[in-house]
Design a protein around this ligand. Sequence first.
Ligand SMILES: NC(=O)c1ccc[n+]([C@@H]2O[C@H](COP(=O)([O-])OP(=O)(O)OC[C@H]3O[C@@H](n4cnc5c(N)ncnc54)[C@H](O)[C@@H]3O)[C@@H](O)[C@H]2O)c1
Length: 384
Amino acid sequence: MAETTTIGIIMNGVSGRMGYRQHLLRSILAIRDQGGVTLSDGSRVQVEPLLVGRSEAKLAELAARHGIENYTTDLDAALADDRWQIYSDFLVTKARVPAITKAIAAGKAIYTEKPTAESYEDALELARLAQSAGVKNGVVHDKLYLPGLRKLKRLIDSGFFGRILSVRGEFGYWVFEGDWQAAQRPSWNYRAEDGGGIVVDMFPHWSYVLENLFGRVESVYARAVTEIPQRVDENGDTYAATADDAAYAIFELAGGITAQLNSSWTTRVNRDELVEFQVDGTLGSAVVGLFGCKIQPRNATPKPVWNPDIADKHDYDADWIESPANDVFENGFKTQWEEFIRHVAEDGPNAFDFLAGARGVLLAEEGLRSSREGRRIELPEVTL
Ligand SMILES: NC(=O)c1ccc[n+]([C@@H]2O[C@H](COP(=O)([O-])OP(=O)(O)OC[C@H]3O[C@@H](n4cnc5c(N)ncnc54)[C@H](O)[C@@H]3O)[C@@H](O)[C@H]2O)c1
């Protein structure tokens, strides 16, 4: 029987929304339950989590609920202990840089949520520190692993689109203000001073989605706005919403593709999914969401004629063909965790490193600057 080794993973911020649901429950515990990650030689690496946070009581409760042996509020002691090879970070963005800096100094491999930092300077510094310390590093790129985007990648690779012309994306939904219905996102997201804002939250995603599917982001024009200036927090206290809650942006990509993406927590959904992208190419178009992917090839394109005097009875929705999955797509966070564990255990590939994270932070920073200055901003190539 193939041998099984164990890899110890420090999970910091595991009581939070992302830390608990996506990283602990759906990734690390799911990997533990399946008996670990299989390596290329057939051996297995089992995962052993160490829960880290500020509240001992919360950690103890989580550990008991999921049969986890180890938890601590002492991050420094955890970092000093060789049993734990990977440090992972799901803290609020504001708390991330100091924690990761310590983990780099301790020589841990590091896997983190995005954005890697609040400023591009800090994000680039983390990439430099990690490189000079020789520690492996990875950043969550979850959207690329969504079934809809994986089907889109397949279409691109197959040549379905011909020459891709443009990408149009809508992300968003109504986030309640918190007065008469509780908000469904943490209040720090709406305070700039606490690392909030939809640009800082979503542009790092748009950065890796665009560069991995279509081409390098060469410029950005964005208008970021705060549509709801006052919200009510988790304790029922009213606060000033100082961060942007909607952003309307145009990105120019290498190869001449234009991407227009709207990100909004102040819109009501009238589409099939909370995020949807339409890609138009010379030979075909596709509309993809988190799960779905429908296509319309050139040969099945209707020929509308503009006539505002006659109601158009054509059912445009019916012209699209649903693209099949032809595969089982697992939770994206879990799949990326497995890749990172292989990267640490056997030097498997890892494209999504701190430098990719820094490009995401740069896009957010320049997006906000574009909005402040009311102009298009060109983005430099990011190097260490
Ligand atoms: N990949 C994605 O799709 C995605 C989605 C949402 C959020 N995120 C990112 O995940 C991170 C966490 O977001 P969330 O929505 O889970 O937030 P959250 O508020 O639910 O959780 C944050 C965690 O950080 C801890 N924390 C808060 N302040 C701290 C401090 N000063 N020092 C140490 N710990 C502190 C909290 O106890 C909690 O465990 C953010 O960086 C966010 O940008 C990513």
